[in-house]
Design a binder for this molecule. Structure first.
Ligand SMILES: NC(=O)c1ccc[n+]([C@@H]2O[C@H](COP(=O)([O-])OP(=O)(O)OC[C@H]3O[C@@H](n4cnc5c(N)ncnc54)[C@H](O)[C@@H]3O)[C@@H](O)[C@H]2O)c1
Ligand SMILES: O=C(O)[C@H](O)COP(=O)(O)O
Length: 394
């Protein structure tokens, strides 16, 4: 039977074309989907039917998905790290330029001159008024980057090429991300040190319980008054009431962000875009292709790449059929699973098991198709969250 993929946002055709038409059905409405593919659609736990085996987010942030509930139900949630990083970096470059030069104000002013048909008079007026729109250069200024992952590291690199100094803060920096970082990036030991010493600050960290409202009144209090804050990460990272108060008190010069809210729209000291950080042809294609490839590998082989709640695990197929078993990460459960197979004289050809936090995941290749009763028995074992048979041994 064809696998059913429920799409909850518009996904690039280049990605969707990677699902073979004879083995997959794709639709934006399905009562019993095998998997969900989405972007920023806010997914409620109650919207995830019991038939769902995996969820793929074509993008970076997974704060629109009830990840804890998925983990509890044994559903891996995939994202596409880095696939839209260049798109965000380029928008941040635009944000830095808009924050340093009177581009928007100058354009708005020029629009007021529509109807002035005398070119000489127009020119005289422009030359007399342009001093209002003077800016300053990015060259030599200091950028603070909070979060030095896929996007933050590209932003740091881009700022260095503009001749800026770069300071970074990331208490959870991975070894791979540290290798990607240009050596010129200086480390800030605290957020406060970074906020107090930078002319521009750009946020590139996820929303987590630990980062919600992280940017608060205390940090606004130490910012230089000429500084600009750029937020192309998520609105929830900023304490909005504290931001509005800081803008009112002129504790920062400008706030440039991808997340409009009623309190921010229309302010002269705020520049807002409608969450378009990843909205380029290239990023949409990259994210969709990566999400689809990962989802297919999981549905067809049980392999896990770039899940935010499951361990990374890939086992080459050597024939036979495969069991994908998820259990809570405590001793003896795998032993019970293997004992059930042994009781039925089912031989294990190959096996891999890994754990991440409270989740353990196992791929077990076997030489005989197990009877349904055995699978049911396995699902009822204490601590087993899900059991899936992939392929057919006959
Ligand atoms: N505007 C957009 O359209 C858009 C597009 C892509 C991503 N995003 C947002 O940007 C975020 C980052 O994306 P990414 O691809 O760089 O992710 P990433 O996982 O590669 O990098 C995130 C980095 O943040 C760091 N971090 C975690 N907690 C931190 C903390 N308390 N302080 C400082 N750093 C911390 C992590 O260690 C990691 O290095 C996403 O989670 C998403 O919310 C927005
Ligand atoms: O986290 C992300 O990848 C971005 O916020 C992009 O969201 P989008 O896919 O809805 O544009």
């Amino acid at each position: 039977m064809a696998k059913r993929i429920l799409t909850l946002n518009q996904i690039s055709v280049l990605g969707l074309e990677r699902f073979p038409r004879d083995t997959y059905e794709i639709a934006s409405e399905f009562a019993h989907p095998d998997a969900i593919l989405l972007r920023s659609h806010k997914l409620q736990a109650t919207d995830i039917p019991d038939t769902v085996l995996g969820i793929a987010r074509a993008g970076a942030g997974v704060n629109n998905i009830p990840v804890d509930e998925c983990t509890r139900r044994g559903i891996p949630v995939f994202n596409t790290p880095g696939a839209n990083a260049n798109a965000v970096k380029e928008l941040v470059a635009a944000g830095l330029l808009l924050g340093s030069r009177g581009i928007i104000e100058g354009n708005d002013y020029v629009d007021t001159l529509a109807g002035m048909d005398d070119k000489a008079e127009l020119n005289r007026t422009l030359e007399a008024q342009k001093k209002q729109f003077k800016g300053s250069e990015l060259y030599g200024k200091r950028l603070g980057v909070v979060g030095l992952g896929a996007i933050g590291s590209l932003v740091a690199e881009m700022a260095l090429t503009l001749g800026m100094e770069v300071m970074g803060y990331d208490p959870a920096l991975s070894v791979d991300a540290a290798w990607r970082l240009p050596s010129e990036v200086r480390k800030a030991d605290t957020l406060s040190a970074l906020f107090s010493r930078c002319d521009y600050i750009s946020l590139h960290l996820p929303v987590l319980d630990t980062t919600r409202n992280l940017i608060n009144a205390e940090l606004f209090g130490v910012m230089p008054r000429h500084a600009c804050l750029l937020n192309f990460a998520r609105q929830e990272i900023i304490d909005e009431a504290a931001l509005v108060e800081a803008l009112d008190k002129k504790q920062l010069r400008k706030y440039i962000a991808d997340f409009p809210t009623p309190a921010l729209i229309g302010r002269k000291d705020v520049i807002l875009t409608p969450h378009i950080g990843a909205s380029t042809d290239e990023a949409e294609d990259n994210c969709a292709v990566m999400a689809v490839e990962q989802l297919r590998d999981f549905l067809e082989n049980g392999n896990i790449r770039n899940a935010v709640n499951f361990p990374t695990l890939q086992l080459e197929r050597v024939g036979g059929c495969r069991l994908a078993v998820t259990n809570t990460n405590v001793p003896k459960i795998l032993g019970s699973v293997l004992a059930l197979l042994a009781d039925q004289n089912i031989n294990v050809i190959d096996m891999l098991n890994k754990s991440r936090d409270e989740v353990a995941y196992n791929l077990i290749d076997i030489d005989t198709t197990p009877p349904d009763e055995l699978l049911q028995h396995m699902r009822q074992l204490d601590g087993v969250t899900s059991v899936r048979l992939i392929g057919d041994c006959s």
